[in-house]
Design a protein around this ligand. Sequence first.
Ligand SMILES: [Zn+2]
Length: 390
Amino acid sequence: MWMLRVICCLLSVGSVVDAAGGEASTLAIDMTTRYAPYADWATVVDVNVLARQSPSRYWRTPEEVASERGQGTLPLAGLHLALDPGHIGGQWADAEGRHFRIAEDDFYVREGELVLEVARLVRAQLVALGAKVSLLREANLPVNPKSPFDYLLMAAAQVSEPTECTPKALWEYGCAMRARAERLSIVTGDLIERARLVNQEIQPDALISLHINAAAWPVAPAPAAGESESESEALRLVESNNLHALIFGCMSAGELQVGRQQAQLAVKLVNGSGAPEQLLGDALVTALAEATGLPAARYEGRNAILLDSQQPYLYARNLLMLRMAECPTVLLEPYVANSVAAYARIQAALADRAAGRALVEDDILVEYADAVVAGVLACYGADLVDSSGD
Ligand SMILES: [Zn+2]
C-alpha cells in the first residue's frame, strides 16, 4: 500500500516551480545535479508533491548523534553503523566472478573474503571507540535464505529453451539455467535481502558497503610461435590502481520509468539522506585517499556523475544497494585488485594471515580498515559539536 501511494504521487506530473516554499526547488536542484542529471525527470517526478510529504526515518544525522552524546563518553558513543562486506566469497566466489589468481601457487583473490576481513578490523576499532556496529554477514555465506534452487522457475522463464535436441544444446541450456538461477540468488536476491535487513531489522544511522575494485582483464594476444594456447591465455595484471566511492544518484531516463525505482528514489529524496550521505562519502574517501595515495578512478560514461569538482573521488551512481538502503549509504571501491601493485600487497596480506605472522605496517587490509575508521571519526566523531561552535 505504502509503495503504491508513493508511486502514484510521483506520477502526478506538475510544475517544478513551487508556490508552497523553497523545499520543492531544493529537491528540483537535487534532481538536476545529482539524482537524474542526464534525464528529463520533470515529466516523471513531481517535486511539489514530494515536498509536501512528511518523511519518516530510522536513522539520525551526524549532528543528532553527536548532540545526544554525553560529556566524557567515547568519541563514537551512540553511533550505530552497519557494515556490508560486499559479495560472498567462499564457494560462491567463482560464480560471483570475483575469484582469480595469477600463478598456481598464489593465493586466490576473492573480494568477498578480503572485505569481510576489513569489516572485522573496522568493527573492532569502532566498537573500541564507543560505536555499535552490525555486520550484514559474518561468514563467506549468502545472506539470502533462498538458494539458486528456489529461483529455478524464475530462471526458466528468463532463459530461452534450446531449439534443437542435441547433447551440446541441452548442456548449454543447463549451464545457462544454472548461471541465471545462481545470479538471481547470490547477486540480486542477496542484495535485496541485505537492504531488507538494513531497513527493517538493523536500522543503523548509516551503512558502509566495503568493496575492492577490479579492472577488465587485458585482451590476451594470439598464441605466439612455440607458445601453447593456455600459456597465451594466462591472466596479466594491469598497471592502473585507483580509488573511488559511490553514493546514490544518476538515474537514467529508463530507470526513472520503473515504478519500484521511482518509489525508492522518493524515499531517499524525502527522508533527507542525500546531504549526510555526501558528508560521509566525502569523509571516508578523503581518509582513503590520504592513507593510500591512490589517484581517483574516472567514469567516462553517463552511468555516474562527479558531484563536486573539489572532490574527485566521490561519484553518484544508481546501484541497487545505494538506492534501496534508506539510511545514508556509501560504497567504497579502493584499490584495483588485479593491478600489479595491489595484487602483490593482497598476496602478502593473505600469506601473513595463512602463516599466522604478525601483520606488517603496510598490510593492505589494515590500511583500508584504518582509513574507514578515520573517515567515520571525521564524520561522526566527538568533536563534531565543539567544532560547530556550540
Ligand atoms: Zn565489489
